[in-house]
Design a protein around this ligand. Sequence first.
Ligand code: ADP
Length: 447
Amino acid sequence: MAVLVLLNTYPVWLLQRSVFTGKHTSLSGQASFLAGELSLDGINPERVGWIMEILYEKVPEADRVTVCAADGLVVYDSAPISRQTGRYFVSQDVLAALSGQDIFRSAFQNEVFVSQMTVPIIVYGKVTGVLHISQYDSEQGKILLDLHTNLLMASFVIFLIALMLGLMISVMLTQRFTEFLKTIGIFSAGNYDYSMPVRGKGEMAEMAGKLNHLAEILKQTESSRQQFVADASHELKTPLASMKLLADSILQTPDMPQELIREFISDIGDETDRLSHMTETLLRLSKAEALGRQNTVIELAVVIRRAVRMLLPLAAGAEVELRCVLDDGCRIMGNEDDLYQIVFNLLDNAVKYNNSGGQVIVSCSGQDDKVCITVKDSGAGIPQKDLPSIFERFYRVDKARSRETGGTGLGLSIVAHITERMNGEISVESEFGAGSEFTVFFPSASP
Ligand code: ADP
């Protein structure tokens, strides 16, 4: 609308101004010429009429010429109806001209340009009269009016087109936004299988794509949450059920031997230990998933040696040899406790799932911009089919053995989570019955 208003006013104003300037130039030229001619003779009423009859044709643009003496008495008027004598012409312009000024006025009125030029007639430096020229230009007025009308029509057409386009775009946008709102409503209701149609290119399509992606992430999170709750309750149910069974057996057998009662109660104690170990590990896992830990430069060899020292008694008990092949100077950015947890869990498994007389070798080395930690054991190994699942929560390959060793199926999932958070990668190679090798890569922090 602002552009249209400007389009309708500015060119008209510009044309009007140029017409005024043109009029000023031409009328002031003609007025000066006439005033000059009249000043030769002075304001002599008999001679003025006669001179003006001759000169009038030389000022074709003047529609009316009036000459009056210094007292305002009209001595000549080209308009036939006003040619009476004894008439005075006094106006502001006449008074200003009598004081020696040239006065020009022009206005666009009733479709006509009305211009007036008033100049003094000076004889020997003295103002003896005033010459007044008026002009009524309807031709230029018509041009201005035509321009205005054409601009108005063009503006109307532009307005209609803009209105139609605006309506179309707003309808399209509203439809799209309605779709977005509908989709968000569907996702909020928990239906993540719905996918918003992605049409064309541009921001809208990108937004639709991103919304669908968000739904996929929500779906994965929701399903892993459900899986976690199901797994956790299942895992917690088993020791609780066996505890209840043991307690019921004691209660329902009145003459149970003291020995057996002690054995059952000791079993209940074991299950309680297992439960508390599991809840502790679950807490650690939820911590591992939480962000916001402080990162520092960590020396791998130092952390690995600390974990090895902690596990030496366990290894000795299981008659497993624990060896280190560590390159000093391998550094990463991260949290020391996190790294300790990774190494500890891998070594713990390597010892737990080993055979008596077996071996565990933990090494660390750097290559290019990466460092790696390898934990290799000569133990039970993992069947190929289980390899993709061992990093899942509560996944245990050999349930019986894992139970024996107090395993919860959470150790490797903690390792995977922390590794991912530290921008690392973990891989495993294993041959069932021959041993396994876990390798964790981290971006190096060494210069
Ligand atoms: P757990 O608490 O049962 O040890 P983990 O998540 O640490 O749970 O390991 C998952 C499963 O992967 C274990 O139950 C075990 O069967 C298998 N596993 C892990 N590490 C080894 C290894 N070094 N050798 C053989 N099996 C392993």
